[in-house]
Design a protein around this ligand. Structure first.
Ligand SMILES: [Zn+2]
Length: 222
């Protein structure tokens, strides 16, 4: 059986363009914010992969030369400030073992609830996360100048004020945003975007080589 293996953020970008928030948009950037920060860039309706399939590693752009060590070997990558591991590292005392054991989604929602309830430390952790994330999104807008940026992954799902905070914080920091030329929206497919994008890769492979399907569905001889 032929197997297609691909990056989840790239698949999610295609999923959103085929079925979700990016329909009828030719140039878009999908950013997944969760355990890491991944990206999928679609340029003139095609997924841009880069020469070595490594395009979109926005999570490893440097935001602080003296920042925390990242698993990639560099310091101060975007991921070291906004990944769920970075957030939970700072929020250990606030959340406690029982919340952490309930999984990352429950823990992120609890942190948001505490911030809403006025817990100062929770507010500061969210604010710092938004500060670095806005810098990352601004860099992405300035690099790629897309029509649309779609934010997906666990963080936008669990923190309902994330989209408004990003619009507010990125506005005025990027050339394209200043002229209202780019739109920032949340994923419409949520956790299904990568799965639907993966399905679209299979459909594209079949359309490109229909004989593969015909050969596999031929009745057995004899
Ligand atoms: Zn890194």
């Amino acid at each position: 059986v032929p197997v297609i293996v691909d990056d989840d953020a790239k698949a999610a970008a295609v999923g959103e363009q085929w079925f979700g928030a990016g329909r009828n948009v030719s140039n878009l950037l999908y950013l997944s914010i969760g355990t890491g920060v991944g990206a999928g860039l679609i340029v003139h309706d095609s997924l841009y992969r880069g020469t070595h399939e490594l395009a979109g590693e926005i999570g490893h752009t440097t935001l602080d030369l003296n920042g925390p060590r990242c698993e990639c070997g560099n310091r101060g990558c975007l991921e070291t400030f906004v990944s769920t591991a970075a957030i939970f590292g700072k929020a250990q005392n606030l959340l406690g073992a029982r919340v952490m054991d309930a999984g990352p989604e429950a823990a992120l929602k609890e942190l948001h609830r505490q911030a809403q309830a006025g817990v100062r430390e929770a507010q500061l952790i969210k604010d710092e996360t938004y500060q670095y994330l806005a810098a990352g999104v601004t860099n992405a807008v300035n690099f790629y100048d897309p029509d649309l940026i779609i934010l997906g992954g666990l963080l936008p799902l669990c923190w309902p004020d994330l989209m408004d905070e990003m619009r507010r914080r990125v506005q005025g920091k990027s050339f394209a945003f200043a002229s209202d030329a780019v739109t920032l929206v949340s994923s419409r497919l949520g956790t299904r975007s990568a799965m639907l994008g993966g399905a679209s890769f299979v459909m594209q492979a079949v359309l490109a080589a229909p004989h593969l399907v015909r050969e596999r569905t031929k009745p057995a001889a004899g």
